[in-house]
Design a protein around this ligand. Structure first.
Ligand SMILES: Nc1ncnc2[nH]cnc12
Ligand SMILES: [Zn+2]
Length: 341
């Protein structure tokens, strides 16, 4: 099958996204509009200038720009608009279910209330469910470069919204901020009934993945591609079907892999790991879900069955009910069967 018909297969394939930072969906056009609406000055004159600034050499060089960009988000309507714009991309890319991250501390540290942020996001996701038929879950991430007391304060702010937030995660600078730093707040979150995920093995070593699973007891690992440095860990992840929410275009943008051809996601898929494809921060890394699938398929020859396996894995790894999982599995299988027919 040639590249363009494989892109057509990918476009029509139902997709499930499990690793998406809402703040990372802030497109330059919306950044400009919100800066103007909120009378905030930003260090760029045009959207082209913003895009030109998106040249990263590692995770930190991205995070510095990403946290600065989020500074234009002030009101509940801003968070609604941000989330709604992302959902429109989901519709375009045939994403049928999404589990989105947000970083409360990025906003509360600037004096924006937790309530403002969560209410805007939740309202958009509810509207997305009703008008676009896209189901969703919310996961709030603690920033690992901040101290654990700040994470505990954030957890307490989230308690009135427990019904809206399915889980907690851990993101930001991996190197120098090992999982142990947030051991207590993750134990507290689990006690409150939150599910848990964490970024690990993105830039940091395979040992961070091992420690994250042991110390934070997470159900999924976000990224996790550095597991390949430890053969025993790879075998264990395959045996346990521990989900890895991999973000291919993010990894090449942040130089985790220099080229997509060097990316290990297809190799991990063939070793039986529960790897999934996700967009991470699509406004910064050059693409949403279809772009990520296309980039992997262009660089690594795969069958349609293998491409669809990324969706089956994401359904398996998602935080939805068994009945809902069955429903999504059937939609995906029907699509695959219709394509083969
Ligand atoms: N790729 C990434 N790694 C860690 N923290 C993040 N926050 C947003 N994107 C991130
Ligand atoms: Zn991420």
């Amino acid at each position: 099958m040639n590249a363009s018909s494989q892109h057509a297969f990918i476009a029509g394939l139902p997709k499930v996204e499990l690793h998406l930072h809402l703040e990372g969906t802030l497109e330059p056009e919306l950044m400009f509009a919100l800066a103007e609406r909120n009378q905030i000055s930003i260090p760029y004159k045009t959207t082209d200038e913003i895009r030109a600034a998106y040249k990263f050499h590692n995770l930190q060089s991205f995070l510095d720009i990403y946290y600065q960009g989020a500074g234009v988000l002030i009101t509940e309507q801003d968070f609604f608009d941000l989330t709604w714009a992302y959902l429109e991309h989901c519709k375009q890319d045939n994403v049928i279910h999404t589990e989105v991250f947000f970083d409360p501390q990025t906003h509360t540290d600037r004096g924006i209330s937790f309530d403002t942020v969560i209410q805007g996001i939740h309202r958009a996701l509810e509207q997305g469910r009703e008008e676009l038929g896209i189901t969703s879950k919310i996961i709030m991430c603690f920033l690992r470069h901040l101290d654990e007391d700040s994470a505990i304060e954030t957890l307490n702010q989230a308690l009135p919204y427990k019904d809206w937030i399915i889980g907690v995660g851990l993101d930001s600078t991996e190197i120098g901020n090992p999982p142990h730093k947030h051991e207590k707040v993750f134990a507290m979150a689990r006690e409150h009934g939150f599910l848990t995920v964490s970024h690990a093995g993105e830039e940091g070593p395979a040992q961070n993945i091992i420690d994250t699973l042991e110390v934070l007891k997470t159900s999924r690992i976000d990224h996790g591609v550095r597991c390949a440095d430890d053969e025993q860990l790879v075998n264990q992840l395959a045996e346990d079907r521990t989900p890895l929410t991999v973000c291919p275009l993010s990894n090449t943008a942040l130089k985790v892999f220099e080229e997509m051809e060097e990316h290990n996601i297809v190799e991990l898929l063939r070793k039986g790991l529960c790897v999934t494809i996700n967009s991470d921060d699509p406004a910064y890394f050059g693409g949403y879900m279809n772009d990520n699938f296309n980039a992997v398929a262009d660089a690594h020859a795969m069958t349609e069955q293998e491409i669809a396996q990324f969706t089956f894995n994401a359904i398996e790894a998602s935080f939805i009910t068994t009945a809902e999982r069955e429903r999504l599995r059937k939609i995906t299988q029907d699509y695959l069967d219709s394509f083969k027919a």
